[in-house]
Design a binder for this molecule. Structure first.
Ligand SMILES: [Zn+2]
Length: 408
């Protein structure tokens, strides 16, 4: 499906610009007019991470006139394996600042607009309204649904990518011309069911494959060439390797772009994806413990500092059983020595129950506190009376108790 160019041409290019972009200008489908459309274009890249890194650099090199960068994170050492827009000297700096500096060195003709904020329901429409197209380089479900819904409400294309380990996906969600993200993925997965790259890992170079596909689709939309990936879902497996393209359809019953939409303004996406920590009554016997509202019920939490206190003998429960539900690769990086390894899959299959005394208090941990909540929920449902999940997981333990261990 060919679509008209998304952006009108700028004023004629200078001699220097024609020289810089000569390899584009030589392509008959692009030419000076296509390059002028790129110069006039405003692209918002959400997330200066794995997908955002190659996308940002290629969009800048391609001469996209205005590039917005949304990110409020700082560069961490574990980012550098794939987030190539940042360098070793940038560790500790804001990602948006680091990316802006790099893009200025790639192409000083490009204007970079920094948005050093976490994009959410309160600011998304205002930020996105200034741009022609959004490139989703995020790694979490609440922001994906947020960007999708905001783009539907504003009538803009959302060029989406997703990566995990060796697998990548990409598509353009654009309700005016095809399905939106909700048409294809109407419900977020239950918290903990789909691990993030932060938990499960990702092949760094896969980001280049998917992020540059996204950048290519953005360029195609702006210039109005080829068949944009609207109504199609690209599925890449780097191991086989394979590139498959699936057809995806608009859903007339879609909550946001269907015939009778129920989502007519931005909602609370943390709540929609059920990952928001909320104050609550806890469960009987653990009064006052913070709980997390999530699909399947509330899970009592314990902080890293409270757990350290318990383990050091300062607490009341010397018989505490500590369970680590992560895989061996993760446990080899960082952890808590006293923990017994019982993988999350053993909770899912029920095999864990025979390894856990039901008359002993249990604290379950994982990397960030998501998988441990799922395991806790399973154990509570099986009748265990005293289960808590380590809030923030091993990362909180490393941050608050044992900073000598690596973060990952
Ligand atoms: Zn839809």
């Amino acid at each position: 499906m060919a679509l008209p160019p998304l952006v009108a041409p700028s004023a004629p290019l200078s001699t220097r610009e024609i020289e810089r972009y000569a390899r584009h200008v030589l392509i008959p489908d692009v030419g000076t007019e296509g390059q002028r459309r790129l110069k006039n274009a405003r692209v918002l890249v959400v997330g200066a991470g794995g997908l955002g890194s190659p996308a940002l650099m290629y969009l800048a090199a391609a001469g996209v006139g205005t590039i917005g960068v949304v990110d409020d994170d700082v560069v961490e050492l574990s980012n550098l394996q794939r987030q190539v827009v940042h360098g070793a000297a940038d560790v500790g700096s804001l990602k948006s600042e680091s990316a802006a500096q790099r893009l200025a060195s790639v192409n000083p003709l490009v204007q970079v607009v920094r948005h050093d904020v976490r994009i959410d329901s309160t600011n998304a429409l205002e930020i996105i309204a200034d741009y022609d197209v959004v490139l989703d380089g995020t790694d979490n479900f609440p922001t994906r649904y947020l960007l999708n819904d905001a783009c539907v409400l504003l009538g803009k294309p959302d060029v989406w990518g997703s990566i995990y380990r060796f697998d990548g996906q990409a598509s353009i969600w654009w309700a005016q011309h095809g399905p939106c993200y909700r048409c294809v993925f109407p419900e977020p997965p239950p918290p903990g069911l789909v691990p993030s790259c932060a938990e499960g890992g990702v092949l760094g170079v896969l980001c280049a494959a998917i992020g540059s596909i996204q950048a290519a689709e953005v360029v195609k939309l702006i210039v109005g060439i080829g068949d944009p990936m609207v109504g199609r879902l690209l599925v890449h497996d780097a191991l086989r390797p394979s590139w498959d393209v699936l057809s995806v359809q608009k859903n007339p019953g879609c909550a946001v772009c269907g015939e009778n939409p129920t989502v007519t303004q931005l909602v609370d996406y943390e709540d929609f994806c059920a990952v928001t920590p909320v104050a609550g009554p806890g469960i009987p016997g653990i009064a006052g413990a913070p709980v997390v509202a999530a699909a399947g019920g509330a899970v009592p939490q314990i902080s890293a500092l409270e757990l350290a206190d318990l383990l050091s003998g300062g607490g009341l429960r010397p018989d505490l059983l500590l369970v680590d539900v992560r895989g061996g690769n993760e446990r080899a990086i960082a952890g808590i020595a006293a923990a017994q390894a019982i993988h999350l899959d053993e909770f899912r299959s029920g095999a864990a129950f025979s390894q856990i005394p039901f008359d002993q208090p249990v604290v379950i941990l994982c990397k960030t506190g998501v998988r441990s909540q799922e395991a806790s929920r399973i154990l509570l449902a099986a009748g265990h009376p005293d289960v808590r999940s380590l809030a923030g997981g091993v990362l909180a333990w490393v941050r608050d108790v044992d900073p000598t261990q690596p973060r990952y």
